[in-house]
Design a protein around this ligand. Structure first.
Ligand SMILES: CC(C)[C@H](C(=O)O)[C@@H](O)C(=O)O
Ligand code: SF4
Length: 428
């Protein structure tokens, strides 16, 4: 019996000739990622060693990545002190993949990992963040775990009790129409599968539309796979993965790719033709409450948000700048832009996108999670509505339980910024 790409990755990492759905395995971890919640992991990690007489040492400091992003720069003394504690741990243990609050190498964890070539095809990646699914875009099996599990990974280098997940094959055909892209595809898929439709399963993406898609688009679709409940999303490594890792991340060592067997078995196959796909909007307060844009056109918006690990990359900012160049953000609407990393920010500066966006009236903020999570900056006022390129619209997500968040692509957000109401970019 053939294996899916995740079965192959898990078999290799667990040192087994093959695995099948439901097997419980203990794969070797290639990369373990945390952000500010490393502070929790550190507490749990020390507990593992308490009373054993053993000195607490991480299994491999080169395989741990810690990125400050959720609250940068710190909004409170408590956060700043947590970050200080993590810095101390990083220094004590010699952790090298550490990204502090910096304007040169800072950014959101899910952008930093691919950008610096930390994730490779075939890797097992775990992260203390639900959107760790993003790194499936690089052909890795990448999923979120809790702080306690992470403490055990830090000491053992293996992920314990991992049940081999079933895989849903998603085959995407056709060419995107103008102003429609990967974000619309993933919103459409989540609407179709529902928020629980892929629970405990992997979404393995195939088809010519995926093959032609940039790494940026692939990150967006794998990032949001968790919103359909998926353990992970994955695009098996291919020519685009190699191009990205070589040309953009500067990787020079060999990059073997893992591909699924032709006779691999899937629990379900979903076929999507994007030829007639229209811009999609996830309406409050569930990511699977997805509607074609026509259903919500004209809804008044007080805050437009472009950024995050989902849609804060250079192509996203370029698309927004193209629409807003020479135009103005509507009165009564504010627009916040936060690039996914410092590197993207610098590129957007060089290309003039930051200038275009600011001249239109947008506030360009530093790289980090910012308004996406709403615990730090960019909160909504009572009963305000936001239109955002982020990935979650749960009640209270943007810091106010009476606020409403609509999710969309960068071009929809940019077109709507000009009018102050949800606007179809195909007609704008
Ligand atoms: C705060 C963090 C643990 C959380 C996550 O797990 O995803 C956040 O990044 C999010 O997007 O909601
Ligand atoms: S940008 Fe948003 S979704 Fe991404 S890691 Fe930060 S809080 Fe989570």
């Amino acid at each position: 019996m053939g294996m899916t790409v995740v079965e192959k990755i898990l078999a290799r990492a667990a040192g087994l000739p093959s695995v099948k759905v439901g097997d419980v395995v203990e794969p070797r971890v290639d990369l373990a990622m945390s952000h500010e919640n490393a502070a929790l992991v550190i507490n749990q990690f020390h507990e593992v060693y308490e009373g054993t007489g053993l000195s607490a040492k991480v299994w491999d400091p080169s395989r741990i990545a810690i990125i400050f992003d959720h609250r940068v720069p710190a909004e409170s003394p408590k956060t700043a002190t947590n970050q200080k504690k993590i810095r101390g741990f990083v220094a004590d243990h010699g952790i090298t993949k550490f990204h502090d609050i910096r304007g040169d190498v800072g950014g959101i964890c899910h952008q930093i990992l691919p950008e610096y070539g930390y994730v490779r095809p075939g890797y097992v990646v775990v992260g203390t963040d639900s959107h760790t699914t993003s790194h499936g875009a690089m052909g890795a099996f990448s999923f979120g775990i809790g702080a306690t599990e992470m403490a055990s990974v830090w000491s053992l280098g293996i992920a314990v009790n991992i049940e081999v997940p079933a895989t849903i094959k998603v085959v995407v055909h056709g060419e995107f129409p103008p102003f429609v892209g990967p974000k619309d595809l993933i919103l459409h898929l989540i609407g179709k599968l529902t928020a629980q439709g892929a629970n405990y399963k992997v979404l393995e993406f195939h088809g010519e539309t995926i093959r032609k898609m940039s790494t940026s688009g692939r990150i967006a679709i794998c990032n949001m796979s968790v919103e359909a409940g998926a353990t992970s999303g994955i695009v098996p490594g291919d020519a685009e993965t190699l191009r990205y890792l070589r040309e953009e991340a500067g990787v020079t060592d060999p990059i073997p790719c893992v591909t699924p067997d032709l006779d691999a078995s899937y629990v379900q196959t979903v076929e999507i033709d994007v030829t007639r796909l229209v811009p999609q909007i996830a309406c409050p307060h569930m990511v699977d409450n997805v509607k074609p844009i026509g259903d919500v056109v004209g809804t008044r918006i007080q805050q437009i948000v472009i950024g995050s690990c989902t849609n804060g990359r250079l192509d996203d900012l370029a698309a927004a700048a193209d629409i807003l160049r020479g135009k103005k953000v509507a009165q009564g609407t504010r627009m916040l832009v936060f690039p996914a990393s410092s590197k993207i920010f610098a590129q957007a500066l060089d290309k003039g996108y930051v200038h275009d966006l600011m001249a239109a009236g947008a506030v360009v903020m530093n790289s980090g999670c910012g308004p996406c999570l709403g615990v730090h900056e960019g909160a909504l006022g009572d009963h305000e509505k936001a239109l955002s390129t982020t990935n979650r619209n749960f009640k209270g997500r943007m810091g106010n339980p009476t606020g409403e968040v609509y999710l969309c692509s960068p071009v929809v957000a940019a077109a709507s910024a000009i009018t102050g109401v949800i606007t179809d970019p195909r007609k704008g």
